[in-house]
Write a protein of this length. Structure first.
Length: 371
């Protein structure tokens, strides 16, 4: 790298985008953050504070906010796209006239586009055709990052330059960036874990204990791995920060937006009331529906996602769904060691041995035949 500071653009004014902007500035980068809200732009520039999403934390004063997308993007080397999934493609299209093929584009959004079941990095690729594309995902609660608590994340890309530049821009003494070449797996992990955070919040509200939480997270990891394999990701990715790491934090903390939605649902609130009370986007609500439908389409066994879908969208009480799940099929623990199909075959063999053929069905006797 040259001695000149890296120029970083952040698209989005939410909590995680703001936290990353401050980290990059802490590392000496020239950082410009784009927001739609002019009042919030003025507040960040004047008070160095994001009063809507991170009201209690100071932003590095070097971060310059703007609602002028061209001004934010035209000199940037690294562009971090921190836009909710529903608006992601529209914002990328808005940015496209000022993006260049030598820029590095990195999504920080943990969500899925409904049309075509597209992850955000796939949208970046479709809209730009650029080479340097990556994703950031991991156990990254924005408020803790803003407090400069020790945190780690993953940058995933099949492009070595993208991985290296993100590590250079964001790695510091309180934020550690690990590299992966499984972009799809890392991004899928970040989207899928939101589903199970809702379930964990529900379980907590219903008074379920630590055994339940442990079972829930472990079976969630099995579901995530099963779905990932079907979608072409590497299941080993889910043993890292973007898989089990993110799953643990989002299923254990009331700082997680999806956990809070689940907790409200477990208290008996409607889905609309739970989302309205949150005041921010909980990506997991839409992800439940998308993943459940995709799993059904592809024949992937995902009982937790199916159960959550019924609670969120079909009015099934959470406690009743928990009982139904506990009475469901008992399968294998680690499916890469013992497959679900092998367990099912063993069940059928044992049941057949326990239930010998009835002689009367083969003409061997007349008792009870009514003849």
């Amino acid at each position: 790298m040259s001695d000149d500071p890296m120029r970083v653009a952040v698209l989005g004014g939410g909590s995680f985008g703001t936290a990353l902007a401050s980290i990059a500035a802490d590392n000496g980068a020239e950082v410009c953050q784009w927001l739609r809200d002019v009042d919030l732009v003025e507040q960040i520039n004047r008070e160095h504070r994001n009063g809507r999403y991170l009201p209690d934390f100071a932003i590095n004063p070097a971060v310059k906010a703007s609602s002028d997308m061209q001004a934010v993007l035209e000199r940037a080397e690294l562009v971090l796209v921190a836009i909710p999934s529903k608006a992601f493609r529209d914002v990328v299209r808005q940015a496209r006239p000022w993006l260049r093929s030598d820029q590095i584009l990195v999504s920080t959004t943990k969500g899925i586009q409904e049309e075509g079941f597209k992850l955000m990095s796939q949208i970046l690729q479709e809209e730009t055709g650029f080479t340097h594309i990556g994703v950031i995902s991991g156990p990254n609660l924005a408020s803790e990052i803003a407090q400069k608590q020790l945190t780690a994340t993953v940058v995933a890309s099949d492009d070595p330059l993208t991985r290296t530049r993100v590590q250079q821009a964001l790695s510091c003494d309180y934020f550690r960036v690990y590299a992966s070449n499984d972009r799809y797996g890392v991004e899928l992990g970040g989207a899928l874990k939101n589903i199970y955070a809702i379930a964990a919040g529900m379980a907590a509200a219903l008074g379920m204990g630590e055994n339940t939480r442990s079972m829930l997270m472990t079976r969630a990891l099995a579901e995530m791995g099963r779905f990932a394999v079907d979608q072409g990701a590497n299941p080993m990715t889910f043993l890292g920060l973007a898989g089990v790491g993110d799953l643990i934090v989002t299923c254990s903390s009331d700082l997680s937006r999806n956990y809070r939605v689940g907790y409200a649902l477990g208290q008996g609130k409607t889905l609309d009331d739970a989302v309205a009370a949150l005041g921010q986007v909980a990506e997991g609500v839409n992800t439940v529906r998308l993943v459940r439908d995709k799993a059904r389409e592809d024949g992937v066994y995902m009982p937790l996602a199916e159960g959550l879908y019924q609670v969120l969208f079909q009015g099934v009480p959470a406690r009743e769904m928990a009982r139904m799940l506990m009475r469901g099929e008992q399968s294998s623990d680690v499916e890469f060691l013992l497959s679900r199909e092998d367990v099912q075959r063993a069940h059928r063999r044992v049941e057949a041995a326990d239930d010998p053929p009835d002689a009367s069905r083969h003409g061997g006797g007349q008792e009870g035949s009514g003849q």
